[in-house]
Design a protein around this ligand. Structure first.
Ligand code: NDP
Length: 434
């Protein structure tokens, strides 16, 4: 903690992972003796850089760029870029640390990293977004590559931003190196299902958890937070599996739609018009209401899919959800539940899929995109979707089996952390003191 002052989210992520490792380090003291735990907390490389850009008024703006290359024991660094005003080193380090174990859990050959900027895309014109992305890549390009570090999207970074970043990388390097970024557009090296993968995967994970109790997503009432990439696709997959998602939110409030969220309308408002969530209630009418104050977690449902941001679901919210009859939580976002909320869910017997397992479908499909790029191949939607589904089923089973093996049956947090840790730790041990 003294070594990383002020990085509260990073402390929280490390505490959660290491808090679950008791059973494994008791059985395998070599992980402690070899300094693996301490080495894992120290990123292999951290890059912080100035991102100067000119806004539409001709004024020079200065943002701060980050890329934290956390661990490459299993493959090239892999993880998204986040553009949000809350970004600072502690956020990127927490995300990078989580990413290491998440990527290990997918079973794909990818290490972990994360990056981004405190640039705020809200209200910026398309031209400003492009100039910012070009300036960001003008520094980042020297640190990334197909075999080195492969960024993707996250909050504030979607296909549009990946396009501007890729265009600038190509221009600087004079190489059409598809494998340097994932989340690309379909006509220039992207993979079908990648845009849907995180939200779809989280719902598939929830479905698998429910099946261990003789239930499924069919007939569930789903509470979703956020209205970005993950949330929209979580709503879509919920509806495909026979559930009804009745909420969505953004930083200005949430909507409740008793008839089930109209996904086409929500996509139009959020992805095309880039509007606010209140506009959904205005345009939808009927049994829909917009709530500016309070928490989306006050709404009763049987499955919760937190899909906005870290620490959005606290202990009080968890208690309310459980009292209202919640059966399962699958975290679409990274670390959306506070430590105390997580503990409450586990104590109450709620099925709880932590982000590093439940939202791993996104990065797993990024790895499928890398496979397609490497072989210059393009897979069909069905083929890629089936692969994603199998990955989520395997990942779910791996968490459960590991939890069982280490004496914490049904605890997906322990299972995910231990399974991810063991894979990375063994690779690090094999590769010597590096
Ligand atoms: P988007 O930028 O597409 O959407 C983010 C959504 O969350 C928006 O509705 C946004 O509202 C809301 N949000 C963000 N920050 C806050 C905040 N501080 N308070 C309230 N609402 C907020 O991002 P994604 O959907 O891609 O990412 C959502 C989460 O999923 C993140 O935790 C991300 O790390 C995680 N994730 C994403 C993956 C992906 O493939 N995209 C992969 C794995 C995890 P507003 O517009 O008002 O800010």
């Amino acid at each position: 903690f003294r070594r990383n002052p002020g990085e509260s989210e990073f402390h929280q992520a490390v505490t959660e992972v290491f808090g679950a490792l008791g059973p494994v380090v008791n059985r395998h003291p070599e992980y402690v003796e070899s300094g693996i735990l301490r080495r894992m907390c120290e990123p292999e490389r951290q890059i912080i850089f100035r991102v100067p850009w000119v806004d539409d008024n001709g004024s020079v703006q200065i943002s701060r760029g980050f890329r934290v290359e956390f661990n490459s024991a299993l493959g090239p660094f892999k993880g998204g870029l986040r553009f949000h005003p809350s970004v600072y080193l502690g956020i990127i380090k927490f995300l990078g640390f989580e990413q290491v174990f998440k990527n290990a859990l997918t079973g794909m050959p990818i290490g972990g990293g994360k990056g981004g900027s405190d640039f705020n895309p809200a209200g910026r014109s398309d031209a400003e977004i492009m100039r910012f992305c070009q300036s960001f890549m003008t520094e980042l390009y020297r640190h990334i590559g197909e075999y080195t570090d492969v960024p993707a999207g996250d909050i504030g970074v979607g296909t549009r931003e990946i396009g501007y970043l890729f265009g600038q990388y190509k221009r600087i390097t004079n190489r059409f190196e598809s494998g340097v970024l994932t989340g690309k557009g379909m006509s220039w090296g992207g993979s079908l299902v990648r845009p849907e993968a995180t939200g779809y995967g989280a719902v598939m994970f929830a479905d698998q958890m429910l099946r261990t109790k003789g239930r499924s997503m069919d007939g569930q009432t789903v509470i979703v937070s956020g209205s970005g990439n993950v949330a929209l696709n979580a709503i879509a997959k919920s509806h495909q599996l026979g559930a009804t998602a009745i909420t969505a939110s953004d930083s200005s409030g949430y909507v409740v739609d008793e008839d089930g969220i109209d996904l086409d309308l929500l996509r139009e408002i959020k992805e095309v018009q880039r509007g606010r969530i209140s506009e959904y209630a205005e345009q939808r009418g009927g049994r829909t209401r917009f709530v500016a104050e309070g928490s989306v977690w006050d709404v009763a449902g049987t499955v919760a899919l937190p899909s906005a941001t870290q620490n959005e679901l606290d202990e009080k919210a968890a208690k309310t959800l459980v009292e209202n009859g919640l059966l399962a939580v699958a975290e679409g976002a990274n670390m959306p539940s506070t430590q105390k909320a997580t503990e409450l869910f586990i104590r109450s017997g709620t099925l709880f899929g932590p982000g590093k397992a439940a939202n791993a479908g996104g990065v797993a499909t990024s790895a499928l995109e890398m496979q397609q790029n490497a072989s210059r191949d393009t897979w069909s939607f069905e083929h890629t979707h089936d692969k994603l589904e199998q990955i989520m089923i395997d990942l779910h089973d791996r968490c459960l089996e590991t939890a069982d093996k280490y004496g914490t049956p049904g605890n997906y947090v322990a299972g995910a952390n231990i399974a991810g840790f063991v894979k990375v730790a063994d690779a690090m041990l094999a590769q010597g003191v590096i």
